[in-house]
Design a protein around this ligand. Structure first.
Ligand SMILES: [Zn+2]
Ligand SMILES: [Zn+2]
Length: 73
């Protein structure tokens, strides 16, 4: 049972970066999460796309950048 749920109002995800309407979700893999991904809401303007159909929140965009650099080093 959800408490504080307003009937008829659908949860509108807000972009973690700009607070605007989020159309996308972070696809970064997070072990231990139910869905296995970060799922942070992100809008199409703030996303970082490492691959087609993949999106990253700002935190994980930075993590991805570090991962790439570590890999090429
Ligand atoms: Zn945004
Ligand atoms: Zn993320």
């Amino acid at each position: 049972m959800a408490t504080g749920f307003v009937c008829g109002t659908r949860r509108r995800p807000k972009c973690v970066q700009c607070g605007g309407r989020a159309d996308l979700e972070c696809d970064w893999k997070v072990p231990g999460r139910k869905r296995g991904t970060c799922d942070a809401p992100i809008c199409s303007r703030c996303t970082t796309s490492p691959a087609p159909e993949k999106d990253l929140c700002p935190d994980h965009a930075a993590a991805w950048q570090r991962w790439k650099e570590a890999r090429s080093a």
